[in-house]
Design a protein around this ligand. Sequence first.
Ligand SMILES: [Zn+2]
Length: 531
Amino acid sequence: MDKKRFYITTPIYYPSAKLHIGHAYCTTLTDIFARYKRLRGFECYFLTGADEHGQKIEKNAAAAGKSPQQFVDEIVEGFHKLWKLLDISNDDFIRTTQDRHVKVVQDIFSKMLAKGDIYLGKYKGWYCTPCESFWTDTQVGPDHICPDCGRPVQVAEEEAYFFKTQKYVDSLLKFYEENPKFLTPESRKNEMINTFIKPGLDDLCVSRTSFSWGIPIRENEKHVIYVWLDALTNYITALGYDSEHPELFNKFWQDPECETIHILGADITRFHAIYWPMFLESLGLRKPDRELIHGLLMMRNSKMSKSKGNVVDPYPLVERFGVDAVRYYLAREVTFGQDGSFTPEQFVERSNTDLANALGNLLNRTVSMINKYFGGVIPAYQGRLNSVDGELESVIQTSVKQYENLLDDLKITEAITAAMDIVNRANKYIDETTPWVLAKDPEKEKELASVMNHLATALFTAGMLLKPVLVTASDKLFAQLGLNPEEVSYEKVYDVTFLGGQTVNKGEQLSPRLDATIEVPFIQYLMAGNQ
Ligand SMILES: [Zn+2]
């Protein structure tokens, strides 16, 4: 990690309906990276937001008897509530209907038009007259049926502006070659090249006249800007690009000392990996350093998507199980970059195994023993008295190093596993050292003190490494070890000797054990669309 600063973003989500657990997944991962960077002492700017234009919103609003702005205002209110509930630490929230975005997107369009990168042409597609909608080949399928109303569609044309992609293909390929870490997983790069670029990339349609809920083009008012030129540019308009206050933009986008990282789902990779670098090059701006593509959370064998049911509302899930259990599950259960599944059984089991049993019990037992054997005061470090002390210390030190290397490479699932290795090793250490036997022999007091000190150190270190994920439990853990959560510094993870003299405070369970016979049906009930 050689950069000084980090700019990290989620995609902006589309408020045509409520958010589901897939959105919570992406935003939670992004939040964990941001919190990790800050914990390590780096400056980090974290952006999320809402993509508020488009025909679907215009229609859904009309169906609900609301203006599009009123409609999105209400749904975006729900975004804010959910991110607050999940303790998302974003620095800003951009809405594409805000003036700061609209005006700059219009400027961007004008610049590209003036430069000859955008031209007026004809958009040809499948059109459903009753729905007033254009659809793609894939959307209408082999039977050429409107995916919304089921009526047959016809080929139709409308005047539209296009972005000249061919002008930037060569330099995009060169950019991929010079920046092998740009796309993660790496397989996505080959997919971009072989599936989209090599067969011949069409120019990208960037305007529409068939609906009006969008950013009007100044040069031709019957057109509104269509999707990607509006949506992707949020990453720079939010920082004040092309505004009177470009300080954040200069610091977190243009400065090569800042690493820019977009986190996104596979369904929008093409737009982020192909068109976004092209837009930026057209504007003469830096390209992002990294784009991380996460997999899909599947539920019960079916892919989660906005258009299908069978998705769990994260809100009641967090309300019932708490923010830590949900964040931990999302970050731990699905290996970043791969598809994973959400099942009620796995959720309950993961929470019980890792949080209630492994971490919660370790803390509980350690604090109880320190109370019982040392009057509640953590004994000072006694050195490495035997090979098990040495082994535990070396697991702690190795895990810290692994954790940092993994998270620097944004490998979150593996990083959590490294932190949990400490917890699991410490639980084994209790079995090996049998403190209840040592306690019976006054001559073994030094050994007993060493065991208590090592257990407290293992707990502290694991708690610190898990802090970006367990936003409430880690602080509770520190408090039970007699440490002030506001004052403990990350640097202490490198020091296995610093604890001693703190007075432990027995508190409530970090994470209650969940009863599967009650909680599994509860989650199934949520998944069926109830709340
Ligand atoms: Zn239709």
